[in-house]
Design a protein around this ligand. Structure first.
Ligand code: XUL
Length: 574
């Protein structure tokens, strides 16, 4: 811990599915201290949750108890105060952070009064449970809104039109369909709701002591926000609100704050009295966890982040708005006129593990990936060994995928290596070792296909591709995966492992607070960060990225890869 000066500190939270994290940094972006609460470990028995949530398999509902988050906020601040000691929380000048996207919290008419009158002698959960119209928050893993999604996709004339207007096609987890279902299933809850927060703005509200506006980035995860006009879509509000009326829903949602760096006000006296925050400490807008992740480093347009966890996420900061029903555009959380592009795959780490587990087990004591990795590096790109070989491609989905919406299954195809023509389903399965390379290639080809319209030549007449690719998540530790991603996706300046500690999004939140309160006139987030960020220790180059010849070889089959997906989609429609 470095606390050798008396400069201001900035606090970032992340309220994720399984944890609440808090991290404190100085103006130089260096971490001073952190703490976390693990929902299952700390409160699992009391709330009867698993991995932070309740699941109701019969309906596909997934939801989290809001009181658990209130208890966790008190606990994480007590832990943070200990972790920072002797540095007092009174040095924290600004607080921001993130929340799991799409989740919503329903406040009752008593909420503002209760938020404003918190007694520092009593825990939050005892006081604010009665400020809620609904004790549960629908979670992003919820699958219960198929009917509502069909209505959303149809409302503006089709899924692509919905994506054009809101940045995304309808998704089960998006808040508009969730609100529409909640109104249908729990009309009394909807009627008793005076305000609706997203998880991010909910946490900001508790810290602020009044209901905070939704955030410029996170508001785009609802299928309700009209991106072109930067306003609520009247048609979609009317759809979600039904006979209760669009105006009523609009009032419940409020107007979002369109400047990610605007102070919402000072911290609630509860936190000043109970934890020693300065009464002047500012609360800044909280955003979604994915938008906050792109704030954990100076992510320039043409740079991409690939998060390799249970699922795979691909994020870019881009000035281009080119929506499609299979992916997402959000307002950039700090930079007006920029967007966050996001691909969110369901099949990632688990599918790779399935392919790994079909191979002989490596010697014990290693990572468990040795056989898989050897197979990946020993297999040439697309399994083309000689001039006459056809290219091989596969799709390996353990779950129904969303990008694109193809059923679970494994498919193997071949095509001409020269130009992807003559695409055919393979006559028989190929070796399990070949599958190891092809599953990683397949995941990377899908990302390349969908991001190709957002990239251009980074320099020196190189083909269009990302400049840097940053890897995060468990899979980022695997050198064979990094090498394959670099071969397929390119990356003119290489592929880097980003190691910013446990929580990139909490850190992104803390950095957003630094920017909000220290930015010069007109200074963008990325400029401020680029001037202060120390790459050393935070990133490590793990692959060269662009390889002349190999990158083009994958380019030759990109059309065939798309055709393979199209054929499978068409089969399902029949
Ligand atoms: C993004 C999404 C998840 C959650 C995870 O659309 O649903 O990444 O934000 O917390």
């Amino acid at each position: 811990m470095t606390a050798d000066d008396n400069g201001p500190l900035y606090l970032g939270f992340d309220l994720s599915t399984q944890q609440l994290k808090a991290i404190v940094v100085g103006s130089n972006l260096k971490t001073v201290g952190q703490a976390h609460v693990d929902f299952d470990a700390d409160f699992g028995a009391a709330y009867n949750i698993t991995k932070g949530v309740h699941v109701r398999p019969a309906t596909g509902e997934v939801y989290a108890p809001v009181a658990l988050w209130l208890e966790s906020l008190d606990l994480v601040l007590a832990r943070l105060s200990d972790a920072l000691s002797p540095v007092p929380l009174s040095r924290v000048r600004g607080v921001s952070g993130s929340g799991q996207q799409h989740g919503s919290v329903y406040w009752n008419a008593d909420a503002e009064r209760r938020l404003a009158a918190l007694d520092p002698a009593r825990p939050l959960a005892q006081q604010l449970d009665r400020a809620l119209a609904h004790e549960w928050s629908p979670n992003w893993q919820d699958q219960s809104t198929q009917d509502e999604c069909d209505r959303f996709d149809a409302e503006l004339g089709g899924r692509e039109q919905l994506a054009q207007v809101t940045g995304s096609g309808a998704h089960h987890r998006f808040t508009g369909p969730q609100i529409m279902r909640l109104r249908r299933v729990h009309p009394d809850v909807y009627a008793n709701t005076s305000r609706i927060s997203l998880v991010s703005s909910w946490l900001a509200s508790v810290l602020l002591g009044r209901i905070a506006p939704l955030d410029v980035g996170d508001v785009c995860g609802m299928n309700l926000w009209d991106m072109a006009n930067q306003r609520w879509s009247p048609e979609l509000l009317a759809l979600a609100a039904g006979q209760d009326g669009a105006e009523g829903l609009r009032a419940k949602l409020g107007d979002p704050c369109m400047d990610g760096g605007e102070s919402l006000g000072t911290i609630s006296p509860y936190f000043a009295a109970r934890y020693g925050f300065s009464p002047g400490c500012q609360i800044l807008p909280f955003t979604g966890d994915n938008p906050a992740t792109i704030l954990a480093l100076p992510l320039r347009p043409l740079d991409a982040i690939v998060s390799l966890g249970t699922s795979t996420t691909f994020l870019m900061n881009t000035p281009a708005y080119k929506p499609d029903g299979a992916y997402h555009f959000f307002n950039h959380p700090t930079t007006r006129g920029h967007y966050m592009f996001m691909l969110c795959y369901k099949n990632g780490g688990l599918s790779r593990e399935r392919v790994r587990d079909a191979l002989p087990k490596p010697e014990p004591g290693g990572t468990g990936w040795e056989t898989f990795n050897q197979a990946v590096v020993d297999t040439p790109p697309l399994d083309i060994h000689g001039r006459d070989d056809r290219a091989k491609m596969g799709l390996y989905f353990d779950l129904r995928e969303t990008v694109p919406n193809i059923r679970a299954g494994t498919w193997r195809f071949t095509c001409s290596a020269a130009d992807g023509s003559d695409l055919r389903e393979a006559d028989s399965a190929w070796s399990k070792a070949t599958d190891a390379r092809l599953i990683v290639e397949s995941q990377a080809l899908s990302m390349r296909l969908r991001s190709q319209k957002l990239v251009h030549s980074p320099r020196d007449q190189l083909p269009a591709q990302p400049r840097r690719i940053y890897l995060v998540g468990g899979g980022s530790l695997n050198p064979a995966i990094a090498q394959t991603l670099g071969s397929v996706l390119g990356g003119a300046d290489g592929v880097y492992k980003l190691d910013v500690g446990g929580s990139a999004c909490a850190l992104g939140g803390a950095y957003k607070a630094v920017w909000a309160l220290e930015r010069g006139s007109g200074e963008t987030f990325d400029d401020l960060l680029a001037g202060r960020w120390q790459e050393d220790g935070a990133i490590e180059k793990v692959d060269v990225g662009y390889r002349e010849g190999t990158y083009e070889q994958y380019g030759n089959v990109l059309g065939a890869f798309e055709e393979m997906e199209q054929r499978l989609l068409a089969e399902e429609k029949q």
